[in-house]
Every structure is written in structure tokens, then in C-alpha cells.
Write a protein that binds this ligand. Structure first.
Ligand code: SF4
Length: 264
């Protein structure tokens, strides 16, 4: 089944649990790395019940096989669905190495927690790593990712790793920033984030937005505010991009999709 829209599908596991994968018309398949998630970010439905268990390598491939059975052509993979790849690093590393052997590009999204495992993740033969930080200052990071490591620790480890990488390798890395009106779109947040990023012009900053859902206390800033932030960050030398239209469809977005479904 080839469609022009995103296709989110459930993947049943042998023990009765299930995870989700999302195929995008661009040919990207987004996979889950865990059933549930221990990080329980308050804007995320996937982690609301906590961690059930890690997925084995075979269960990562099972998601790929199921997408193929749906008739989807797969050009690349991203481990950006349910779960924190750093909490399942042995299986994730095996999978990424196996993909590299097969010539299948794979990128990852991580909160960078625990930071001591981050260098190992960055050293994998990946096609990109996005750190989901969503905050410029530590207090906001604690509010949005209360079970993640401290923002300063993550940045300290990330900065150290960046100094060891070539410029070409750094170009594959970036920061995800889910914009929430009145929470992390203020001057202090954005100025602090800008100062963090300015030494690393090769990094990409992805500005993500929530899909609007009635009743949620979280809201995206207005389009005018997002435009202004984009211009401000660009003018400061930051390589900044907005979420593309596929991620903003109701049927897609991994972290951004589940972010639209949580109301606490
Ligand atoms: S946003 Fe990602 S890290 Fe946070 S609870 Fe959801 S799946 Fe886990």
C-alpha cells in the first residue's frame, strides 16, 4: 500500500505488548526502541505509563518487515519513536551496525540521558543524532524532562564529544526544540540556547510544534512568534529549521505526534 500520507501502524510483540512505527512518504520509517519509556516527559503519551521493557534487535527489524509488508519503500530509518535509545543501547548499537552493513541509513533521536552513554551513541555509524532538549535553561529542562539528566551535564558531555568529531560528523548532529508558548519561547531561553549553539555552527536546530488538540494545556507559539524566533536565531548564525509538513500531519511525527495526545 503506497500512500501520499504518513502511515502510523501498531506492531504487536510476542508477549502481547505493542509498539508504533510511522512511515513517511519521503521514505523514512520511524521506529520505536522500547515499549513505553522511563523518561515520562509530561507532554508525551508514549511515556505516560513508564517503561514496559526494552526491544530486542529482532523486534526493531520486525517493525521494518511490517512496513515492507504494508508495501512501503524504505529509504532510511530513524529511531525516533517510543523509547530512549540510550536506555537500550546494546540492542540499538547492534541494530545500527547491522543497518550500516546493509547500507541502510539510520538516524536517532535521544534526550542525551544518561550523558555518560552519549559518546558511545555518537560514535555509532549513524546518519544523524538529534538531541531533544526543548529548553535553554536547566529549570525549564527539568520541568519538561523531569526524569532526564541535568541539562548542564548533557551539554558538558555533548560539548566534549563535539570537540573530538570532525566538522563533517558534526553536520549530522542537531538539537530538537519543541516550542511551547510561555514555557520555552521567552528571551532568556532563546538567548541561552543561542549562546550554547553559536560555537557549533554545523549543528542544526529543529524547531518543532505541537499539533493542536482540544483541552491540552500546552500550546505552540503563534506562527508570527515562530517566524520571529526563526529570524532571530538565523540572524545569530544558528542553522535553524522548522518541522516539515509531514511531521505536522495528524498521522505522523513520533515525538511530535505523541506530544499532541498528552494533556497533562
Ligand atoms: S518524548 Fe521520548 S523520551 Fe520523552 S517520554 Fe516520550 S518517548 Fe520517552
Amino acid at each position: 500500500m503506497q500512500t501520499a500520507a504518513n502511515h502510523k501502524f501498531a506492531v504487536p510483540l510476542a508477549d502481547g505488548l505493542a509498539v508504533e512505527a510511522v512511515w513517511y512518504p519521503s521514505g523514512t520509517l520511524c521506529l520505536s526502541t522500547q515499549a513505553g519509556c522511563a523518561l515520562r516527559c509530561p507532554f508525551c503519551a508514549s511515556g505516560a505509563s513508564g517503561l514496559r521493557r526494552n526491544l530486542h534487535v529482532d523486534e526493531l527489524w520486525q517493525q521494518v518487515e511490517q512496513a515492507r509488508q504494508h508495501g512501503h519503500a524504505i529509504a532510511r530509518l530513524t529511531l525516533s519513536g517510543i523509547g530512549e535509545p540510550l536506555h537500550n543501547l546494546a540492542n540499538v548499537a547492534d541494530f545500527v551496525h547491522s543497518c550500516a552493513t546493509q547500507g541502510l541509513p539510520v538516524s536517532l533521536t535521544s534526550t542525551g540521558s544518561p550523558p555518560q552513554s552519549l559518546p558511545e551513541l555518537l560514535a555509532l555509524p549513524h546518519n544523524g543524532v538529534m538531541l531533544s532538549l526543548h529548553a535553554g535553561i536547566a529549570a525549564t529542562h527539568r520541568r519538561l524532562l523531569p526524569h532526564a539528566a541535568d541539562l548542564e551535564e548533557i551539554w558538558s558531555t555533548f560539548d566534549s564529544s563535539l570537540t573530538t568529531l570532525s566538522r563533517r560528523s558534526r553536520r549530522k548532529l542537531g538539537i530538537n526544540y519543541l516550542l511551547l508558548a510561555g514555557v520555552n519561547d521567552g528571551a532568556v531561553e532563546i538567548d541561552t540556547l543561542t549562546r550554547r549553539l553559536q560555537p557549533w555552527p554545523e549543528l542544526t536546530l529543529h524547531l518543532l510544534t505541537l499539533n493542536p488538540v482540544p483541552g491540552t494545556p500546552w500550546q505552540s507559539p503563534s506562527p508570527a512568534t515562530i517566524d520571529a524566533l526563526h529570524r532571530q536565531l538565523s540572524a545569530a548564525g544558528i542553522n535553524v529549521r522548522r518541522a516539515n509538513r509531514w511531521r505536522q500531519q495528524l498521522e505522523g511525527g513520533c515525538g511530535t505526534l505523541v506530544a499532541s495526545q498528552r494533556t497533562t
